[in-house]
Design a protein around this ligand. Structure first.
Ligand code: F7E
Length: 339
């Protein structure tokens, strides 16, 4: 079933329907909430096995499960995606699902490439074949800049990825651009710099730090072991960043945008800020271990989101301090149960 102009007009009168891949993740859950509050009907794709797993897989979306529709499909299986696109018409599709851990992309490069590159191609191809008028958002990443050639990084900055993850995101970004140019699809990519929240996975450095700080403050642990403390990142709040995704799809023309705060901090700065939330000095607790270093590191990332601000009217609301404090307070509440 192709979704032509007639069908699209009908959909505009009806509720807007959005499909999210990666709906169980940090960004997917905030995006689902944001779209629901804007009156959308929200659909998500989850792996078949996930539907049979415990509450844990759905922990970020448990509170909205009765307001969203989930479809079991897999990024590794074109036929399953094709079926979802054939059975339901979508106005917007947010393709967020990916293997998103940079260190894991070194230890499992083949899965990262399969999921992130082929998965993106499958999503784009299924939409092109079944409903080419559906607007598409692709989750690009500041990891595409990698070994940066200018500071701050803008949409025009050359890509020099430093990990299988970064390479897979460059490929996905180029696929989205090619579907836009070759098939006239409304495909936009956000080049999102690091974005955090209490829903961040424990494998990422900010959550590892805030969780470690909470455990130390509650007497459940005595040290926090990290890798490169000198790495610098432009850390924003995930809830702010999903707003930028939706704004991109409301533009007349598809385009690519850097989404960032324009402020960078080192991992050491993050530790200092997090420990000071519980009146402790990070230098008394933080250790380093080479096993957390990467084969190739991205030393510094700092974004220039001027285009998003001027074209989309987007800007972040949360400050660095807000983010650190919110995450530490959340983790204190969480770990208190184990005291
Ligand atoms: O590392 C350093 C590490 O794993 C940040 C993903 O969402 O953002 C994220 O990628 C920095 C790196 O995020 C540890 O070496 C030190 O320099 O939190 P991260 P990431 O690699 O920047 C981008 C935009 C994405 O798109 C990705 O999907 O922190 N670091 N010590 C450490 N990192 C970790 N994970 N663990 C440590 O112990």
């Amino acid at each position: 079933m192709k979704c032509g102009t007639g069908e699209r007009k009908k959909m505009e009168i009806e509720l807007k329907r959005a499909l999210i891949t990666g709906i169980t993740g940090q960004d997917g859950s905030y995006l689902a909430e944001h779209l629901l509050s804007s009156g959308y009907q929200v659909h998500g794709i989850v792996r078949r096995v996930a539907t049979r797993e415990s509450d844990d897989r759905f922990k970020r979306i448990n509170h909205i499960l009765d307001r969203i529709t989930l479809h079991s499909a897999s990024l590794e299986n074109y036929a399953s995606l094709y079926q979802v696109m054939t059975n339901h018409e979508f106005h917007e599709c947010y393709h967020l699902a990916a293997q998103s851990s940079v260190p894991d992309s070194f230890s499992d490069e083949f899965t990262t490439m399969e999921t992130n590159i082929k998965g993106t191609q499958y999503v784009l191809a299924a939409l092109r074949d079944v409903q080419p008028e559906c607007r598409v958002y692709f989750a690009g990443s500041s990891e595409m800049f990698g070994q940066v050639e200018e500071v701050p990084q803008r949409e025009q900055t050359r890509f020099h990825p430093r990990s299988p993850y970064g390479i897979s995101k460059v490929a996905g970004f180029q696929l989205a651009r090619n579907f836009r140019e070759a098939y006239g699809m409304h495909c936009s990519s956000g080049i999102l710099f690091n974005h955090e929240s209490p829903r961040r996975g424990a494998e990422f450095v900010t959550r590892k730090i805030t969780s470690g700080v909470a455990r130390i403050a509650l007497g459940l642990s005595s040290e926090l072991v990290l890798g490169n403390l000198d790495a610098r990142r432009d850390w924003g709040h995930a809830a702010d960043y999903v707003g930028a995704m939706t704004l991109m799809l409301q533009q007349d023309d598809p385009d690519d945008y850097v989404i960032a705060t324009g402020e960078d901090h080192s991992v050491r700065d993050f530790c200092e800020a997090a420990f000071s939330c519980v009146d402790l000095d990070h230098s008394d607790y933080v250790q380093t271990d080479p096993r957390f270093l990467r084969p190739a590191e991205v030393n510094t990332l700092l974004g220039d989101a001027t285009k998003a601000r001027e074209t989309l009217g987007w800007q972040p609301k949360h400050t660095f301090q807000d983010i650190v404090r919110e995450m530490v307070e959340h983790d204190l509440d969480m770990w208190r149960k184990y005291q």
